[in-house]
Design a protein around this ligand. Structure first.
Ligand code: PXG
Length: 290
């Protein structure tokens, strides 16, 4: 017995969870998705993830065949069917089965599936030692082409950057936009601290509106840490006091070296550590019960 997968309204075994080779999610990356976490029997920020999923779908004129309440029920049902209380949840909606042309009009029924699984994380030691990252040549998608706020199945832009990071022996890459401004990483948002102020690039610059990012911004306000959503360049990275990345899988991970330059003292910074601690507290007490 393997995993139970939610597929178009039914729970099926993983070896029966198959989609058509004519599905435009596969043929063209035409679809949207979310990566969500459950901690200790609760789904963290589920409403926020659903909100973003429906916005992404709306931006590409994809009508999800379930309303938000039904999707929420489907997520919880899948977790229960797998007996998971700590999990990574992948919620995917594709344009569905069509023909070999790219026209979405030929796809009458979107495909919806939900995979719930154990999560693989960055190595634990990176959280207290901090990680090393690099900036890469591949620029982030233009907002005027494919706005990074759309969490679409088209991840080649990020994958190209990830390959460049891997080639350099790194686990994550910092991406710049066409003007050389720092935007985000391949699967994480980025923050820097300078003179006690927390900076992250604004979403309009070409940044996914990360759920973890937004949670950190809220936490910072609660902790009376000054926050600024502002554009910055590599210069600001290299001269920052602290740097960290945020994402559903990564949570908050400190960065201590960028492009071979030591950031701050070369150790996770004070504000970073404080936010990490408070974030853990939140994940333990918040969320929608499974
Ligand atoms: N930017 C990008 C481009 C992302 O894909 C984030 C930021 C962080 O957003 P959240 O909402 O998670 O705080 C993401 C999301 C993976 C993986 O396997 C990571 C993401 C998505 C899909 C897969 O590492 N990160």
């Amino acid at each position: 017995m393997g995993l139970k997968i939610y597929l178009d309204g039914k729970l099926v075994n993983e070896d029966e969870a198959r989609i058509s080779v004519f599905d435009h999610g596969l043929l063209y990356g035409d679809g949207v998705f979310e990566g969500i976490r459950a901690y200790n029997g609760r789904v963290f920020k589920l409403d926020e993830h659903l909100h973003r999923l429906y916005d992404s779908a709306r931006a590409i004129m994809l009508k999800i065949p379930l309303d938000k309440k039904e999707t929420k029920k489907a997520v919880l049902m899948t977790l229960r069917a797998n007996g998971l209380s700590n999990a990574y949840i992948r919620l995917v909606v594709t344009r569905g089965k069509g023909d070999l042309g790219l026209d979405p009009k030929k796809c009458p029924k979107p495909t919806v599936f939900i995979i719930t699984h154990k999560i693989t994380l960055y190595p634990r030691e990176l959280y207290y030692k901090g990680m090393e990252v690099i900036t890469v040549p591949t620029i982030r998608n233009l907002v005027s082409a494919i706005d990074p706020q759309i969490k679409s199945l088209n991840y080649l832009n990020n994958i190209l950057a990830k390959i460049e990071a891997n080639l350099a022996g790194m686990q994550e890459a910092i991406m710049l936009n066409k003007d050389g401004y720092v935007v985000e990483c391949t699967g994480d948002n980025i923050f820097i601290v300078r003179d006690g102020v927390l900076f992250t690039p604004p979403t309009w610059l070409g940044v996914l509106s990360g759920i973890t990012r937004n949670t950190v911004l809220e936490l910072a306000i609660k902790l009376k840490i000054k926050t600024k959503e502002e554009v910055f360049t590599r210069y600001a990275l290299y001269t920052a006091d602290e740097c960290f990345l945020t994402g559903t899988a990564a949570e908050i991970i400190p960065v201590v070296k960028i492009d071979d330059r030591v950031i701050g003292e070369g150790m996770p910074g004070k504000i970073t550590l404080r936010l990490m601690k408070e974030f853990r507290v939140l994940t333990k007490k918040e969320g929608i019960p499974i």
